[in-house]
Ligand binder design. Structure first.
Ligand code: ARG
Length: 481
């Protein structure tokens, strides 16, 4: 394409080194759509005739069909997706096809094409994330009344509703959906018409092209438009956060599934055995999700370091933005595929869970707060109950096995009404502060969570209306009158 200025052919090794087809051929349909919008705009501002526009559009439609059927085999010699498609157009139309690139650079072209493609990919991912949130809500509903030990420092702390735990996971993943939406909003303005960096001497109508591509707006500055990849970094931020949340969730389930904890059971179909030890059932899926979180972090770092040190404008380095992006998207698609069905089948052994409260120490805070309600200052109450715990430890007694008489010797303020409070269910039921673990409070959370999920879902749905397939159905329709 740039033969004019050069006096020798490009070296083969250079061709192989600089080509990007392995990374960008998946953008082919998005690129055709981008070209169709551009050519319609060229016709509107009379840079090409309606007849030429019609001819280019029908050739582009044919090219789109060739891409879909796999008939279009791109050539490495043509370097990238953009030049392959343009060359095919010229092959089909001759000099009319050569008008397509009027007022356009591959810099604004790739910036636009990536946004079109990602708009679809990220909204798809958003819907998968919503599905995972829905599964977490259902887990919460199923386990509202199941009482399990809650941990801090991985030491037993206080009894909680398992529904409360699932909702804690839900809120974290809901925030992730906000991060993903933020990335989607960030990419929702059109760079097309920015040219190489400075715009064009030709009377391009960027707003018209943007409306065909169903962007909400037009990027304000042509230099910024072709150089910024902020929405990619935003996506990677989301991906890191999401995978860290997955890792944390998996880690909990791995621990609770050990024979030492043992109060959840994972579905057999989501576990693997040992080649040597016949008794083994390993939580490999959870371990791999936890392990692969590192890749999402790697992709984020890869993207950030790619951007670091670039001068302000297009630099070929940016071609590499796709590598980490595709790897990360593929990872997240696989995780959102495998994790929800596993989660929906986590079984609870309620007897084992209650068994975990054997020593009763998880109820110590309840005794201290009971004393506060009787007028004892909290620090004093804390001290007294600490001594009671020590007394129990020395005698191998459970904290909730003490008779009223024994309590009275240790803490004179205790009365008979304490005994009924020292069961895990009561400990949960009485934590009624807003956002606390009380059963009723968890039910309130679930209801509120459902509303928030519906809102997130409808926000992702909006982007689903401009998927590539929908745009392909509209973008070639053009009247030559
Ligand atoms: N293959 C390039 C990329 O993905 C397209 C833009 C090339 N622009 C250029 N001036 N060489 O970034």
């Amino acid at each position: 394409m740039w033969k004019g200025r050069f006096s020798e052919d490009i070296e083969r090794t250079v061709l192989d080194f600089t080509q990007s087809l392995d990374l960008d051929w998946r953008l082919a349909l998005a690129d055709v759509i981008c070209s169709a919008a551009h050519v319609r705009m060229l016709s509107r501002v009379k840079l090409i005739s309606p007849q030429e526009c019609g001819a280019i559009l029908s050739a582009l439609k044919q090219i789109a069909d060739e891409i879909k059927s796999g008939k279009f085999v791109p050539k490495v010699e043509l370097e990238d997706v953009h030049m392959n498609i343009e060359a095919r157009l010229i092959e089909l139309l001759g000099s009319v096809g050569a008008k397509l690139h009027t007022g356009r650079s591959r810099n604004d072209q790739i910036a636009t094409t990536m946004r079109l493609y990602l708009r679809e990919e990220l909204s798809k991912l958003g819907l998968s994330l919503c599905h995972m949130l829905e599964v977490l809500l259902r887990c919460a509903e199923r386990h509202v009344d199941v009482v399990v030990p809650g941990y801090t420092h991985l030491q037993q702390a206080q009894p909680i509703s398992l529904g409360h735990y699932w909702m804690a996971q839900f809120w974290a993943f809901l925030r992730d959906s906000d991060l993903l939406l933020y990335a989607l909003k960030g990419l929702d303005e059109s760079p097309l018409g920015s040219g190489a960096l400075a715009g064009s001497t030709l009377p391009l109508d960027r707003h018209y092209a943007a409306s065909i591509l169903r962007f909400s707006g037009v990027a304000e500055n042509s230099i910024d438009a072709i150089s910024q990849r902020d929405y990619m970094l935003d996506y990677h931020h989301f991906a890191v956060s999401f995978m860290l949340h997955c890792s944390r969730l998996c880690e909990d389930l791995i621990i609770w599934n050990t024979s030492e904890f043992g109060w959840i059971r994972l579905p057999d179909g989501f576990c693997t055995g040992s080649s040597m030890m016949p008794q083994k059932k390993n939580p490999d899926v959870l371990e791999l999700v936890r392990g692969r979180a590192s890749q999402a972090i790697g992709c984020f770092v890869s993207m950030a370091t790619l951007l670091k040190g670039l001068p302000m404008a297009y630099d070929r380095d940016l071609q590499e933005d796709k590598r980490s992006l595709w790897a990360s998207l593929e990872l997240l698609a696989s995780v959102t595929d495998v994790l929800p069905p596993l989660l929906s089948r986590v079984d609870v052994d309620e007897r084992r869970a209650l068994d975990a409260f054997r020593d009763g120490f998880a109820l110590a805070t309840d005794v201290a707060e009971y004393l506060v309600a009787k007028g004892v200052p909290f620090r004093e109450a804390h001290q007294k109950v600490g001594q009671a715990v020590k007394w129990c430890l020395e005698r191998g007694r459970a904290l909730n096995s003490l008779s009223v008489e024994e309590w009275k010797v240790l803490i004179p303020e205790v009365e008979a009404d304490l005994i009924g409070l020292l069961v895990p269910e009561a400990a949960v039921e009485r934590r009624r502060t807003f956002g606390g673990t009380a059963f009723a409070e968890v039910r309130r959370q679930i209801k509120s969570g459902k509303g928030r999920l519906e809102k997130a879902l409808s926000e992702f749905e909006v982007y689903r209306e401009c998927v590539l397939e929908a745009l392909l159905g509209q973008v070639f329709t053009f009247s030559v009158s």
